[in-house]
Design a protein. Structure first.
Length: 493
């Protein structure tokens, strides 16, 4: 108990808000897009590359750089961007109007330093996303969990309904050919991320809040500050628009109650008090069917192809937003089950020798619980093996108690070392994967610490039996374990 008390004290003592490392544009600049030369530093990321492609569609000339080549860079070049490999001051073209930075770019980057010396406007990714959204009727989806799935789902449904929507999502959508797409309509669907208050750069026509929980505590001081940021995001929705929020989430309720009376708001959920409500939920082969009501008026029956009650909630948010932009309710419900998901969200990678292998992005305790419950419902495995790679030392420390309770539905949880990103050396010294495993065991979970992916693979090959299911879980590179294990299963079928 003393060690737990000391750890909690350390957490409280080390919570600090992140600071900006370089000067950026702080206010909307009404940047005219057509004909502008924009230079992307760190162009190969999923968000940066998608944004670059949409700006090309809007008549911009795009150049940029990234540390490594690959398929994303090749696709950007094919779309018309001039992307160089490596970072050099010479890569910044003469006459660049603005520079767009990925979150990974440091102050000493040579292209950034030259851009600053030449007086270029410097935009963070989220700021340029806000500039782009100002040219459209924006639909921004926020929340601690479910942003990528819900954004991709809405984009897919709108396109299926005949609305050629523009979209930018933080994950690949196989059915739409990638993470972004340019269309001919005036609607633009995008994720709205709360980290670093990035979503405050967006001024959408429709703002959605899926849920609000403690996360990113390396940046926010606590839950009240997170709710405050979401309130500011909701208040930024355009006057003729609407805020659509989870009617069963206490923190979302705080946000909606704080908004001015003229702001139109609607809620979704399973409770009768919600404007958009799902009722009479039934499971068929591990997937939900249900009835949908709007203000107690029956809209119709629906079914979805994604497992878990949390995806019923996401579906309701999609229906509420689709109806808001003009899709007929019956049409929206009919199209719901056509969406099969985004990459790394409960993705079935293979089923070999009666062993199923899934991959999932869950990295927050609530997401882990929801994913494991959905897997149990959908696949009913003999044993459920979860290979969980914690994401960030700071998140692991701040949410350690919650993580310790999150794996009860797994028969065996294997934990490699924590994925290092955005962390200080101090954070690394205060927690490790063995600490998490010890806490899991103390909460009656069967947990193992196996530091390397190779070691995990050897353990799976030796111990997994037909009828079992293996899921790799986390926001880092734990998917590599699934890929290597599948390769071995196929070679030994």
């Amino acid at each position: 108990m003393d060690s737990v008390y000391q750890l909690n004290s350390q957490i409280q003592a080390t919570r600090v808000r992140a600071v900006h490392r370089y000067a950026v544009v702080e206010t909307p600049s009404s940047l005219a897009l057509a004909g502008k030369n924009l230079h992307f530093i760190g162009a190969g990321g999923i968000g940066m590359s998608g944004l670059a492609r949409l700006l090309l569609h809007n008549g911009c000339r795009v150049s940029g750089s990234d540390q490594s080549d690959g398929g994303v860079i090749a696709a950007l070049r094919e779309a018309g961007a001039d992307i160089r490999i490596g970072h050099s001051a010479e890569h910044l073209p003469v006459g660049a109007h603005a520079v767009v930075l990925s979150a990974a770019i440091r102050q000493d980057n040579p292209e950034l330093r030259r851009a600053v010396s030449e007086g270029c406007r410097i935009y963070k990714y989220a700021q340029m996303l806000g500039e782009l959204m100002d040219h459209y009727e924006g639909i921004a989806i926020s929340g601690t969990h479910g942003k990528s799935t819900t954004s991709g789902w809405l984009a897919h449904l709108l396109r299926a309904a005949g609305v050629d929507v523009n979209f930018l999502v933080g994950a690949d959508i196989p059915q739409l050919g990638g993470s972004s797409g340019a269309g001919d309509s005036h609607y633009f669907v995008a994720e709205a991320c709360e980290y670093d208050r990035s979503f405050l750069n967006l001024r959408p026509r429709v703002g959605c809040i899926l849920n609000i929980e403690q996360d990113h505590l390396d940046y926010y001081a606590g839950e009240d500050e997170i709710v405050e940021a979401f309130t500011e995001f909701a208040a930024g929705v355009k006057a003729t628009g609407a805020v659509i929020g989870n009617g069963q989430d206490a923190n979302v309720a705080r946000v909606l109650a704080a908004l001015p009376s003229h702001v139109h708001r609607e809620t979704f959920g399973l409770d009768r008090c919600c404007n958009f409500r799902a009722d009479n939920l039934r499971l068929y082969d591990g997937l939900h069917r249900f009835e949908v009501y709007h203000n107690d008026h029956f809209l119709g029956s629906a079914r979805i192809s994604l497992p878990g009650v949390h995806n019923v909630m996401n579906a309701l948010a999609v229906v509420a937003m689709a109806i808001r932009v003009g899709v007929e309710p019956v049409r929206a419900l009919d199209l719901l089950d056509g969406f099969t998901g985004v990459d790394r969200r409960l993705t079935l990678k293979a089923r070999i020798n009666d062993t199923a292998v899934l991959d999932d992005y869950a990295h927050h305790p609530t997401e882990i619980r929801a994913s494991l419950a959905a897997i149990r419902q959908r696949y009913r495995p003999q044993r459920l093996w979860c290979v969980f790679q914690p994401h960030q030392y700071s998140r692991t420390r701040f949410l350690l108690d919650d993580f310790a309770e999150s794996f009860r539905l797994a028969d065996v949880t294997i934990v490699p070392e924590i994925y290092f990103v955005r962390d200080s050396e101090e954070s690394r010294s205060q927690v490790n994967a063995q600490v998490l495993v010890d806490r899991l065991r103390a909460n009656d979970s069967d947990a193992l610490f196996i530091e390397t992916f190779d070691g995990i693979g050897r353990h799976l090959k030796k111990n997994v039996r037909p009828g079992d299911l293996v899921v790799t879980m986390g926001a880092g590179d734990v998917w590599k374990v699934a890929d290597e294990y599948i390769h071995w299963l196929r070679a030994n079928r």
